[in-house]
Design a protein. Structure first.
Length: 90
């Protein structure tokens, strides 16, 4: 994912963060900036986890990077909801 550059990280991270927030039903609590942050941090988390499993994440390309960001963002939002006690129920 390092080969994408900062613009690629922002675009893929934003889209992945937004979709992850829809999957985890946290979209109403997040704005565009938080979606980008969640997607980029999710990409780092997903890349780290896949690297530990022996997957070559550096040569994956755009689609692989997107799905890595998406999976990492979903995991990140799940962990945040777990720690915060899922305050989205009103």
């Amino acid at each position: 994912m390092l080969g994408l550059g900062i613009i690629g990280w922002i675009i893929i991270g934003g889209i992945a963060g937004w979709i992850a927030s829809k999957i985890m039903k946290t979209d109403a609590q997040q704005g565009i900036i938080l979606n980008v942050v969640v997607g980029v941090v999710g990409g780092l988390l997903g890349g780290l986890l896949l690297g530990w499993l022996g997957v070559d994440v550096d040569s994956g390309g755009w689609w692989f990077s997107f799905f890595t960001c998406l999976a990492g963002a979903v995991i990140l939002l799940f962990l945040v909801k777990l720690v915060t006690g899922n305050r989205s129920r009103t």
